[in-house]
Design a protein around this ligand. Sequence first.
Ligand SMILES: O=P(O)(O)O[C@H]1O[C@H](CO)[C@@H](O)[C@H]1O
Ligand SMILES: O=c1cc[nH]c(=O)[nH]1
Length: 342
Amino acid sequence: MSGCPLSVEGMASVLPASNKSMKSDRNTNVGKKFVHVQNPYLDLMDEDILYHFALGTKTHNLPVMFGDVKFVCVGGSSNRMKAFALRMHKELGCEGDGEEMKDICAGTDRFCMYKTGPVLSISHGMGVPSISVMLHELIKLLYHAQCCDVTIFRIGTSGGIGIEPGSVVITDTAVDSFFKPRFEQVIMDSIVTRSTELDRDLAEELFTCSKDFPHFPTLIGHTMCTDDFYEGQGRLDGALCSYSREKKLDYLKRAYKAGVRNIEMECTVFAAICGRCGIKAGVVCVTLLNRLEGDQITTPHDVLVEYQQRPQLLIATFIKQQLGLCRTPPPAPASPERTLQC
Ligand SMILES: O=P(O)(O)O[C@H]1O[C@H](CO)[C@@H](O)[C@H]1O
Ligand SMILES: O=c1cc[nH]c(=O)[nH]1
């Protein structure tokens, strides 16, 4: 994050041991949409240790480190999220080549985190349990840092259904394996059902933005979240397979009929947790294959690398537009393209 005009590098971010946790009056900022938590116990705690990030309210000055965050991008792989941070570094016109950018979570190898100006880039690993742990700590971090008007994106990979590999799917509805827009969470010995609503306007805005990239198809559709890559997604190539090829195809075709265009492993919990905490959320995943045609990912590595960049390209452009750093769309003749002071 060094050299970026919007970064907080250089300010005291690690607190002396004696410091109290950072708390402030959120009521002074009327009109702003603050990230909130849904836990009455949190404010009663003297200290909050974000264990999987190796950060804490007494050891780190979270408002100084993260108070300006407006966009958070999450994705499964740490390399992808570092690449996205480097891309944003360049796109925001920050100084240097970004190679000096530090992993804020270097104290742990669970997740990686990079900050470029108002953009935070974080990995979440694979599957609901992993992203769920990350999201709890991320949202507490944004809450402790008193962040407001935050938008969060998941930029991922997925298996497509009935669409060309390399297509980018912007999720309108995150559904479970029964094609229902819900996330069922086992909480102790109860099952709690939460809504998986995503921001429709955001999906439409992203779709409009995708028109800048005619070299790959982008569409809006339902995304199905499963708890497994193999049997959970009806694959015939796992170590176990308890159904027939016909049953698999019947399932995928029913999914398609229900509006599902791609399958991945995190979108329902992502939508459910972000929605409950007042964070505008979007899911954008590229498809690596068409599941009606096969299960194995046979696409060459270099093509897969290019595919993975598609959601990044779209989100980076969207963020630049939101920050007023892009001319498109709409062209603004009266106000020339803004540049950031580095
Ligand atoms: O590419 P990412 O973000 O990891 O997402 C997808 O890829 C993983 C499976 O290969 C799952 O986590 C799935 O959701
Ligand atoms: O088929 C696929 C490809 C990527 N990620 C998934 O979850 N499934």
